[in-house]
Design a protein around this ligand. Structure first.
Ligand SMILES: NC(=O)C1=CN([C@@H]2O[C@H](COP(=O)(O)OP(=O)(O)OC[C@H]3O[C@@H](n4cnc5c(N)ncnc54)[C@H](O)[C@@H]3O)[C@@H](O)[C@H]2O)C=CC1
Ligand SMILES: O=C(O)[C@@H]1CCC=N1
Length: 280
């Protein structure tokens, strides 16, 4: 289904690159059917062209009629201007996909022509290696075939979850921002290893392998985290001592706060940006 689709990115940053990398690796989307544009920084476009074989174009020269899926991948504050620029350039059957935190489907629909199909998506940077946890929520006018095709496209980047849009803020807090929390924790693990005399590279790999193995256990065994914890803890052993310290220092509360704060920020972005809507 994807072989015939043309996909364009508006925005050539980290998230766009991660998604392009995921798509190219599956070989489901031919590289020359991906077109990337950026507001400025044309060097960045040259880098992506050389690295992935994608096509690039200045924003004013995008072949809108040729494009099936137009992916908004700039910062959320650029959405308003971009939607007003592209509004009358889009064919009616083109799907606008946004990965922008806090930008709702109704925000997009209100700024595009009536009936334009929009899909809100929240991937994460693990799209780069096809290991994203990605959510998608459909807009008012999305047709089923297009929704299926976009789902298939997102599967190039990892697992896809179709969720109600009112879950998108919390999903963003858990999975969109989530990799950063784990990088932060792994950085601490690495540092503790280094301080104790471990070789730098080995300390990093040990931390990453430990987290990777634990995540894989949850994915592959149908056991709850609590059961897996039970398998590690010996009475009066090292893990009990470690978990005691983690609980004493509110480790669980810290991750809950991180997720809730990110979700709160996603909601705030929606409110802040929606405030600038000028009725036509
Ligand atoms: N980085 C991440 O982990 C994730 C980011 N997102 C969303 O992806 C979007 C992009 O984030 P990043 O790639 O991290 O940012 P970034 O700063 O790396 O890239 C943004 C790119 O958009 C370009 N740009 C700005 N305005 C533009 C416009 N009007 N038209 C075309 N290009 C424009 C910039 O030149 C830049 O290359 C954000 O809205 C963010 O909420 C979503 C999920 C995860
Ligand atoms: O930090 C951000 O706002 C974006 C959205 C999710 C990950 N990065």
């Amino acid at each position: 289904m994807l072989k015939q689709k043309t996909i364009a990115f508006l925005g050539a940053g980290n998230m766009a690159e991660a998604m392009i990398s995921g798509m190219i690796q599956t070989e489901k989307v031919p590289a020359n059917q991906i077109i990337v544009t950026n507001k400025c920084n044309y060097d960045r476009l040259n880098i992506l062209e050389d690295k992935y074989g994608v096509r690039t174009a200045p924003i004013t020269e995008l072949p809108y009629k040729e494009i099936d899926f137009l992916i908004l991948a700039m910062k959320p504050k650029g959405a308003e201007e971009t939607l007003s620029t592209i509004k009358d350039l889009l064919p009616s059957n083109q799907v606008v996909i946004s990965v922008l935190a806090g930008i709702t489907t109704s925000f997009m629909e209100e700024r595009l022509n009536t009936g334009q199909e929009v899909i809100r998506v929240m991937p994460n940077t693990s799209s780069m290696i096809q290991e994203s946890a990605t959510a998608m929520s459909l807009g008012t006018y999305t047709n089923e075939d297009n929704a299926d095709a976009v789902n298939e496209l997102l599967e190039c980047m990892g697992e896809v979850y179709v969720i109600e849009e009112d879950q998108m803020d919390i999903f963003t807090g858990i999975a969109g921002s989530g990799p950063a929390y784990f990088y932060y924790l792994m950085e601490q693990m690495e540092n503790v290893g280094k301080v104790s005399g471990m070789n730098d590279k080995m300390a990093r790999k040990i931390a990453a392998q430990t987290v990777y193995g634990a995540a894989k256990m949850i994915m592959e065994k149908e056991e709850a985290p609590a059961e897996l914890i039970d398998n590690i803890v010996s009475p009066n052993g090292t893990t009990a001592a470690g978990l005691d310290a983690l609980k004493k220092h509110n480790g669980g509360e810290a991750i809950t706060q991180a997720i809730n704060n990110a979700a709160k920020r996603s909601k705030e972005i929606s409110k802040e940006l929606d405030g600038v809507l000028v009725p036509s």
